[in-house]
Design a protein around this ligand. Sequence first.
Ligand code: GTP
Ligand code: MG
Length: 171
Amino acid sequence: GLKKKEVNVLCLGLDNSGKTTIINQLKPANTQAQEIVPTIGFNIEKFKSSSLSFTVFDMSGQSRYRNLWEHYYKESHAVIFVIDSGDKLRMVVAKEELDTLLNHEDISSRKIPVLFFANKMDLRDAMSSVKVSQMLCLENIKDKPWHICASNAIEGEGLQEGLDWLQGNVS
Ligand code: GTP
Ligand code: MG
């Protein structure tokens, strides 16, 4: 068949937001990990959608590893930014890291799509995706396509919607 277009995706967000759990769900069932552990540094994962072949850099969100993120901005064609919708206390930290990302010269100069997952929507006190969007001031992003999906990475809910959006917005 036709060779699928290769896309590099950078998966970012604070530690414990659910990045690895999301990426794991997007992989073919027979290659999924049974147990998810906190990421050390980063891991590279691959999976395919109907038209694209994704290489995902699943970065650790721990503060001591966040300085690694910027080294992968240049080669990325899209960003997935994951938020723990139940972590109200650290929403300001997530916003700081997002703002640092968006203001970086390797990102600010490019129209790459940014997909947000307001993850852990299953938690009883989870904020809605609208609320998360307001807390992160996403309406201020005017120079890039962006989209936010509520997700439950454990059950896999919301992930396909996000991937479909990403597929339609990478160039
Ligand atoms: P780092 O690798 O440390 O940056 O964390 P991460 O963002 O990769 O988070 P990870 O996928 O390791 O998930 C952290 C914890 O959150 C795990 O215990 C997951 O099972 C849990 N988790 C992930 N997604 C969800 C979700 O949608 N709902 C709930 N309730 N828990 C989730
Ligand atoms: Mg991880």
